[in-house]
Each structure stands twice: as structure tokens, then as C-alpha cells.
Design a protein around this ligand. Structure first.
Ligand code: NAP
Length: 453
């Protein structure tokens, strides 16, 4: 089968690719299985050196990688360059810290020697999305390789060149053949691969729909899985918030990456006492974002990654307006191929798509509430549980509210961000399992107890 990728800024076909057949996939799985024992046995310092070299390759090829990301999924040039840098830093971080995370942990028991040991489990299948086409992969890959696992990547079908570039970077860094490979396959073939005995586990970053399907298959095969799914993060604005900082955070969090971020602020829950001023300043600031060519330094809002995603988002906006949401800004598709302007919906309420569903694009939902207690209740009134932020002049108060948010990451007076030092992942229907930090490296390891009487 042939797959075409379309440049979201121009609407032109960017790249045509033939999906792999069963024989090609078989040879990748065989190479991966045969690479695993030697990679797992390799001293940790050597794996660390190769990871540092991978980081260096990423930095060296950052312009190439940026151009490919921008052409395939429309990312702004400066956001793409920052993403590549973040991946290189993650490689260095795990090279520096894995020995500490993976050392045996002595446990006091009645035996003469007992301890916990961390062992790699084999080949991990990674099914990844297009929104951070390099970072999502390295977020999983850097700890997986340091752990001694090998990996096979099935990337989103609109970013095949990004996937190939990642493979080239690892190869050029000297990572042995078979330790990491890309399979260009469709979702049915991915389900077959997951059933293969040589695949030990699977990690998915993507939508709830993909999560249900992959987690069901993993369950059927009794294979470990990590699910990094969607979110509808609350951005809670209390009456004592610093308005300048809060508006700057709101714009960055909702409109960065054109809103196509799992941990973007999506529901702005604002107490009445500050609501009018916040909404007015937020609308003013968002109206200054300029949609355009993502390679142009003057552009501050890129096109969305695909036209169908833009159209889907607009349907959610229209459905919300039909139920009483008030459009304050944007809310009409741009004439360009996949562009959607910065948009704000006020008076969002339960029963509307903008309240109940994830809006994966540049549309902010405003939910007005009486006070802090109602803000917390509304923040938690969602099936998602990825991140959330609280904005207040009193950091103690912020901390108290943050502790009551039902999510995997709660930030105070800061936008929610992924930081390699902090575990990352969701609760409720945003998924399960953790990436990054010490927790992330242990996800795909056999945590083994050894007891000597
Ligand atoms: P998606 O459509 O679920 O795609 C993600 C990956 O899953 C792609 O490789 C896709 O392949 C594959 N896939 C899709 N449907 C599948 C199915 N039924 N069975 C098996 N694989 C399937 O998601 P997306 O549109 O790329 O990404 C947006 C979603 O990801 C949002 O909900 C966002 O919040 C979430 N996300 C979560 C995180 C997190 O860390 N929690 C991070 C980023 C994004 P094809 O492209 O070939 O269909």
C-alpha cells in the first residue's frame, strides 16, 4: 500500500512511501531479537556513550530535522529546533543518571542478602503520534535504550521521514543495527507485530481510540503497556493571580504547537472576580498571533498538522456554539490548507464538546466559576487526568489547590510542561504508566527480587 504525506502549509504532496510487507517486517523483528542479548549485556557506560553520541548527532543535524518536521506536520521552525535540543538533552540526562536509577537496591529482610535488581525485558514496540514527532520518540527511547531494551517504532503515518531521520541519527551515532528500527506499517499490521512473541511490551502515545485498541491487544497477549493518551487540562485562574504572567502563560500553553499538545491548557476555569479582565486581556493577546508559513520567523501560529484534523476541530467548535458557547475570537477555518486561527469560546458548559471532549487545536474554552471550591470541582469534572495548572498570587494557596487536582502533573504559576527530571503521565482516561525521570526507566524492566537465605 502507498501512503502520501501532505505539507500542511501548502497542501502539496510532500512524500510518497510504500508500506512494508510481511517479509520486511519479519526481518526487522528478527534483527531486533538477535540484537537484544548483546545490547542488554553491554556495560552501562558504553550504552551511555552511544546515547551521548546520539544527542550530539541530533544537535549536528538539527536543521535537517527541523525542515522535515515543518514539512511533514507544520511545526514552527523555532519550536522544532527547541524540540530537537530537548531530545539531545534527554539523551544526556539518561546517560548521566541511568547508573543511579538502575543500581541494585539492598532491602533489609531476614535473609543474609536481599535486594531488588532491574533487568531489561526485550523489544518494546512504540506507537507514536505526530504532534512532537521527535520528542515523543526520545521520551520513550532514551530510557528504554539505557535500560538495555531494544525498540521498534511505528510512527504516525504523516511523519515517516521524521521516523527515518531518528533511525539515521542512531545509526550514525554508532548504535548497533537491530537495537532500534522503524517499521512503516498500518495499524492492522501494528496489531500483528504486537502479537509477535519477540515483542515484549508496547508503549502508545496517542488518542483514546488508539489506546483502547492497543491496550486491548496488549491485554489479550498479557503484555505490559504504557498509555499516554489525551487530556483536557484545567488552567485555574484565582482572583489574586498576577494578570500579566497568567495571560502570558495562557497564550503559551493553549497556542504553542498550535494547541496540538496533550498537556496544553484547554479549559480556562476562571473565578468571577477576575473573569472579565482575564478574558479581555487573554483575547487581546491571542488576537495578536499571526497564522502563516511555519518557516517564516514572523509567524507565531503554524497551520494544524492535517486538514482533516482542522475540520474535525471546527466541527467541535460549531457543535459547542450550537449549544450556547459564545465565540469571542476566531472560530472560523482559515482559507489556507490546514490553518485555524487562535480561537476563544466563552460560556462553555457541560454537555458541549468544548467541555466534555479534548479540543486538539488552537481553541480555548472559558468556564466561569464562583470561587476556588467551584474551580476545583469543575477542574476535576472531566474524564481526563493529564495535567493542570493553578494561577494565584499566593503560592501556598496554589500548592493546596494543586494537590486537589486529579491529574498526573499539577503546576502552580507555571504552564504544565514535560521535564525529563519529573515523571510524566496521566490518570483517569489520560492513560497509565509513566515516562521520564526514574519512574520512566523502570516501566519496561523486570523489577526482580533476589533473596539469599
Ligand atoms: P492517534 O490518531 O491515536 O495516533 C497516534 C498513533 O497511534 C499513530 O501512530 C497512529 O497511526 C496510531 N493509531 C491510530 N489509531 C490506531 C488504532 N486504532 N490502532 C492502533 N494504532 C492506532 O493520535 P494523534 O492524532 O496522532 O495524536 C493526538 C492524540 O494524542 C491526542 O489525543 C493527544 O492528546 C494525544 N497525545 C498524548 C500525549 C501524552 O503524553 N499523554 C502526548 C501527545 C499526544 P496512524 O497515524 O497510522 O493512524
Amino acid at each position: 500500500m502507498t501512503v502520501e504525506t501532505v505539507n500542511p502549509a501548502t497542501g502539496e504532496v510532500e512524500y510518497t512511501l510504500e508500506l512494508m510487507d510481511a517479509a520486511a517486517v519479519e526481518s526487522i523483528l528478527a534483527a531486533s531479537a538477535s540484537a537484544f542479548p548483546a545490547w542488554a549485556a553491554r556495560p552501562l557506560e558504553e550504552r551511555g556513550d552511544l546515547l551521548r553520541k546520539t544527542g550530539a548527532q541530533l544537535r549536528m543535524r538539527r536543521d535537517d530535522i527541523q525542515k522535515t518536521m515543518t514539512a511533514e506536520m507544520g511545526k514552527l521552525r523555532k519550536e522544532a529546533l527547541a524540540e530537537v535540543g530537548k531530545c539531545a538533552d534527554a539523551c544526556d540526562y539518561y546517560a548521566d543518571n541511568a547508573a543511579r536509577y538502575l543500581q541494585d537496591q539492598p532491602i533489609a529482610t531476614d535473609g543474609s542478602n536481599s535486594y531488588v535488581r532491574f533487568e531489561p525485558i526485550g523489544c518494546v514496540l512504540a506507537v507514536m503520534p505526530w504532534n512532537f514527532p521527535i520528542w515523543q520518540v526520545f521520551r520513550f527511547l532514551a530510557p528504554a535504550l539505557m535500560a538495555g531494551n531494544v525498540a521498534v517504532l511505528k510512527h504516525a503515518s504523516n511523519v515517516p521521514r521524521c521516523a527515518d531521520l531518528i533511525a539515521e541519527v542512531l545509526r550514525d551515532a554508532g548504535v548497533p543495527a537491530g537495537v532500534f528500527a522503524v517499521v512503516h506499517i498500518d495499524n492492522d499490521q501494528a496489531a500483528e507485530v504486537l502479537r509477535d512473541k519477540r515483542i515484549a511490551a508496547v508503549t502508545l502515545t496517542g488518542s483514546e481510540r488508539a489506546g483502547r485498541s492497543i491496550a486491548a491487544n496488549a491485554g489479550d497477549q498479557l503484555k505490559k503497556c504504557v498509555m499516554e493518551l489525551g487530556g483536557s487540562d484545567a488552567f485555574v485562574v484565582l482572583e489574586d493571580a498576577d494578570i500579566e504572567k497568567t495571560v502570558a502563560g495562557a497564550v503559551a500553553s493553549r497556542f504553542g504547537n498550535v494547541g496540538q499538545t496533550c498537556i496544553a491548557a484547554k479549559r480556562f476555569i476562571v473565578v468571577d472576580a477576575i473573569a472579565d479582565v482575564f478574558v479581555q486581556r487573554f483575547t487581546e493577546a491571542a488576537s495578536k498571533l499571526r497564522l502563516g508559513d511555519p518557516n517564516d520567523e514572523a509567524t507565531t501560529l503554524a497551520p494544524m498538522a492535517r486538514q482533516d484534523l482542522r475540520d474535525e476541530l471546527h466541527k467541535q467548535v460549531q457543535a459547542s456554539i450550537a449549544k450556547g458557547a459564545k465565540p469571542l475570537l476566531g472560530c472560523e477555518p482559515d482559507a489556507s490548507h490546514a490553518g485555524y486561527p487562535a480561537s476563544i469560546l466563552d460560556q462553555v458548559a457541560p454537555g458541549m464538546a468544548a467541555y466534555d471532549e479534548e479540543l486538539f487545536g488552537p481553541v480555548a474554552s472559558i468556564l466561569r466559576v464562583r470561587d476556588e471550591a467551584e474551580a476545583i470541582r469543575v477542574a476535576n469534572d472531566t474524564s481526563f487526568g493529564l495535567g493542570g495548572s493553578v494561577w494565584t498570587g499566593d503560592s501556598e494557596r496554589g500548592n493546596r489547590v494543586a494537590r486537589q487536582l486529579q491529574c498526573g502533573a499539577a503546576f502552580v504559576n507555571s504552564v504544565v510542561k514535560s521535564d525529563v527530571r519529573l515523571p510524566f503521565g496521566g490518570s483517569k482516561r489520560s492513560g497509565f504508566g509513566r515516562e521520564l525521570a526514574e519512574h520512566g526507566i523502570h516501566e519496561f524492566m523486570n523489577i526482580k527480587s533476589v533473596y539469599v537465605a
